[in-house]
Design a protein around this ligand. Structure first.
Ligand SMILES: [Fe+2]
Length: 316
């Protein structure tokens, strides 16, 4: 099995400040890094949230594009929902908490799991899924009790009009196994099949095509955790041998190395290998997320970038 679980999930949002309030203030995740999007010629915040260390599988990240960039249209060929794992018995706590923060939340059952559906302030669907066992350590520095705190990513949902080629890609390309189905949603699993090892595919034959590219208020991509450099390159080779050639070379993302690959459904996935020091390469554990960090190749532009970010996306 190439993949050990999720690494991170990246959304494109409008307001950095609202995004921070949602992830840190409502969900109770730790802001483990403030940096900038490494592509393009204008600086945008790239904010990372997770557990104390920002371990793979606990990470949600956001590009904050501000209100002037085009808004994406949700639809087929996108990741449509981010599901997070919470302990059994905590859903009532979360219903009250989300509603008290002005985020309407509804309870439902899917694939045998008790869940809550709600949305990021920019409309991106999220779910909380109750699980019995999840050994990932939550961040407990927020005002969410440990008995309810989010353990990490449970799964994502890929929405697609066409499932046959995606089904083959998930099985033969990514090595996932079919698990079960519930209505239009089918679950696939990585090795252990527990929380953080599940990919859900929502078959919606009549839904319009969603937008791709860097557009606001959509989920941009999903990264899976690959621990060895060899495994990352072997996976790239395997996809290309199968004829799936929309696969990048490994890219240095400062805290990890990323190979991006386009799924047949259209959703962008990433095979990601962490830098050995992870987020501790430029900050101490206590100070993670406290101020803007830049990769070495942007450090000489720090003053200029900070001034631009303060003007366009004030965060504090
Ligand atoms: Fe990524």
């Amino acid at each position: 099995m190439t993949f050990h679980g999720y690494h991170h999930i990246t959304s494109i949002v409008t307001s950095a400040r609202e995004d921070m309030r949602f992830h840190a203030g409502v969900l109770g995740l730790r802001n483990v890094k403030r940096t900038v999007l490494l592509d393009g010629d204008r600086p945008f915040y790239h904010l990372y949230y997770g557990n104390e260390y920002g371990e793979p599988g606990t990470l949600l990240t956001s590009f904050a594009f501000g209100p002037d960039r085009p808004e994406g249209r949700r639809g087929s060929g996108q990741v449509s929902s981010i599901s997070l794992s919470v302990p059994r018995g905590s859903l009532n706590f979360w219903l009250d908490r989300l509603n008290s923060h002005g985020l309407p939340a509804t309870r439902f059952e899917l694939l045998g799991d008790q869940r809550i559906r709600f949305a990021h302030p920019d409309g991106i669907e999220h779910q909380l899924v109750e699980v019995d066992v999840d050994d990932r350590l939550p961040w407990t520095g927020a005002d969410v009790p440990a008995a309810a705190a989010i353990r990490g990513v449970h799964s994502v949902t890929v929405c697609t009009r066409e499932v046959d080629e995606l089904d083959m890609f998930l099985h033969e390309g990514m090595g996932l196994r079919s698990r079960d189905a519930d209505g239009a949603v089918k679950a696939y699993t990585m090795a252990r099949g527990s929380a953080g090892q599940v990919v859900e595919v929502d078959h919606q034959p009549d839904i319009p095509q969603g937008t791709w590219g860097y557009m606001r208020n959509t989920i941009d991509h999903v990264a899976f955790d690959v621990r060895e450099a060899d495994a990352q390159l072997q996976f790239k080779d395997r996809l290309e041998t199968m004829g799936f050639i929309d696969v990048t070379e490994p890219r240095d993302r400062n805290y990890f190395y990323s190979v991006y690959f386009r799924t047949p459904a259209g959703a962008m996935f990433e095979a990601t290998r962490s830098h050995p020091q992870g987020f501790l390469k430029d900050e101490t554990l206590d100070s993670l997320g406290s101020c803007l960090q830049l990769p070495s190749w942007l450090e000489e532009k720090q003053d200029e970038l900070l001034a631009e970010l303060a003007r366009t996306q004030p965060l504090d």
